[in-house]
Design a protein around this ligand. Structure first.
Ligand code: NAP
Length: 483
């Protein structure tokens, strides 16, 4: 095969990393398409007040594009978006992006022929290699609560924040108390007249003030040789420690829980409110949330936390299982994303009519989280079992794109037309990944990490270093090189 023609779907951190890696290794024919009107992925869409990454920026950034000018430990959304734009320009891949392209299907009728990738508006692409970099958290969901369409006020999802809707003086209902709500509720609480927060499950919290770095620290990071590198390594080890707590809930996890308990008790002295927010599941089973602002926000006079189930949305507000109507003129859905659906609703069909919905009928799975038997030269970034509860997804993405590049170079070296993972290798890998979950905190409650059958489909069960070790070097014998 000549240099392959590559189509990347998604212009977030994954898609941009893929383009940079491939172009740097001589694979020049790369096009990136994205449904949005700009680069950025999740960092373009999530603009809610207080949006920030809860992974420190010295780690939540590309290893090859380190910055010394981050303004705080965990950068706010505009800074991260500007960073991604800057990197894309610096590495010459910004111009490869075609925006406003919503891909609806990818079909490869024969292994020897390229993919036919079709957009909603009918445009088609015929790449030899398809890289789907749409991520796990790109499709906001609102729950199926009766009456949603009858609400007479204004409603929007946190991932599609309506900045034109002034919240000052309003009665606002926030449904959901996950990582997003925990960031925006403390920001909007002082503005609104009244805020009802509807919680289905409590969270475990750890402190994070995220103040701007003092001047001396910013100067030190910039000027002291090696400090930036040490900082990144320190944060990496800190994050790996979080995974220790999750992997060992009966031992180290108890220490994490103790720390969280002390912090939460200190922040919440009111026993009634404390009882309401207290999580009833193992520490680390859902995402551990870093915020020193959430619990104090709940103590405000104009904020009320409700733990009764939301049963109905009525024109005037939200009704809970105890029959009470909580009047609202604005509803903000902080209810997360369809994380376990990965590339869907895109229709993906491989040779012989093999459909991805059939291949994944019992839950998503992919070799190294990236390749599925029966779908030649298709790679998924941030795919099944590659999410991290304690690290930086950017590190995983970088490892993945290096693996994809190696696979493509090897395909080219062999003069093959396509590369596909061996079915037995993928099956054994999947069994091994699933076998690593029992006994960990991830299996001890319901969460967005698990699909309807209870299988953990989003998360990697180990440490960042384990994933690197596994994925860093392509083993050609794991793949079939066609043609
Ligand atoms: P999420 O963590 O999935 O939270 C959704 C919330 O909505 C949960 O509290 C959930 O309750 C609740 N919910 C869902 N259906 C409900 C219903 N019918 N009634 C009441 N409550 C309902 O979503 P998210 O907060 O948008 O965060 C998603 C992920 O995005 C995070 O886990 C994280 O990976 C990422 N994120 C990261 C950052 C960051 O700083 N890095 C910030 C924001 C988001 P249950 O817990 O009971 O399901």
């Amino acid at each position: 095969m000549q240099t392959p023609k590559v189509l990347v779907v998604g212009a977030g951190f994954g898609g941009i990393a893929a383009a940079i890696e491939l172009r740097a290794h001589g694979i020049r024919d790369v096009t990136i398409v994205d449904a949005a009107d700009d680069i950025g992925g999740t960092w373009l869409h999530n603009t809610y007040p207080g949006a920030a990454c809860d992974v420190p920026s010295h780690l939540y950034s590309y290893s090859f594009a380190q910055r010394t000018d981050w303004t705080r430990l965990c950068s706010p959304q505009p800074e991260i978006l500007a960073y991604l734009h800057g990197v894309a320009r610096e590495y010459g891949v910004a111009d490869l992006v075609q925006t406003g392209v919503r891909i609806v299907s990818a079909v490869r009728e024969r292994t020897e022929e390229p993919w036919t990738v079709t957009a909603e508006d009918g445009r088609t692409w015929h790449p030899d290699v398809l890289i789907v970099a749409t991520g796990q958290l790109n499709r906001p969901i609102t729950p199926d609560i009766p009456g949603i369409e009858r609400f007479a006020g204004h409603a929007f999802h946190s991932a599609r924040w309506d900045h034109g809707h002034d919240l000052r003086g309003r009665r606002v209902a926030v449904i959901g108390t996950g990582a997003s709500a925990v960031q925006f509720v403390p920001e909007i609480a002082p503005e609104v007249a009244h805020l009802d927060v509807f919680q289905r499950s409590g969270n475990w919290f750890l402190p994070r003030r995220n103040r701007t770095f003092p001047r001396w620290w910013r100067a030190a990071i910039r000027h002291v040789p090696g400090l930036q590198r040490w900082r990144r390594r320190f944060i990496t080890e800190y994050c790996e420690m979080l995974t220790v707590l999750i992997r060992h809930p009966r031992t180290f996890g108890r220490l994490g829980r103790l720390y969280s308990t002390l912090f939460m008790r200190l922040q919440l002295r009111d026993p009634e409110l404390r009882a309401k927010v207290w999580p009833d599941y193992t520490f680390g089973c859902k995402r551990i949330l870093f915020s020193s602002h959430w619990l104090p926000a709940l103590r405000r006079d104009n904020v009320e936390l409700h733990t009764e189930r939301v049963t109905e949305i009525v024109p005037d507000g939200v009704r809970t299982a105890d029959g009470v109507l909580h009047e609202a003129d604005t509803i903000i859905w902080g209810t997360g994303f369809a994380a376990t659906e990965f590339m869907f609703p895109m229709e993906i069909v491989g040779p012989g009519g093999r459909r991805m919905d059939d291949a994944w009928a019992d839950g998503a799975h992919a070799y190294l989280g990236m390749t599925v038997p029966g779908f030649p030269s298709l790679f998924v970034l941030y795919g099944p079992n590659t999410n991290t509860s304690g690290g930086s997804i950017i590190r995983y993405l970088e490892t993945q794109v290096r693996h994809v590049r190696q696979a493509l170079v090897e395909t080219q070296r062999r003069g093959a037309s396509a590369v596909e993972v061996r079915a037995d290798v993928e099956r054994a890998y999947d069994a091994e990944v699933q076998a690593a979950f029992p006994g960990t905190a991830w299996t001890r409650c319901d969460s967005w990490y698990r699909d309807d059958t209870g299988r953990v489909v989003t998360n990697w069960p180990g440490y960042m270093r384990d994933y690197d070790a596994r994925v860093e070097r392509l083993a050609p014998e794991d793949y079939v090189f066609h043609g």
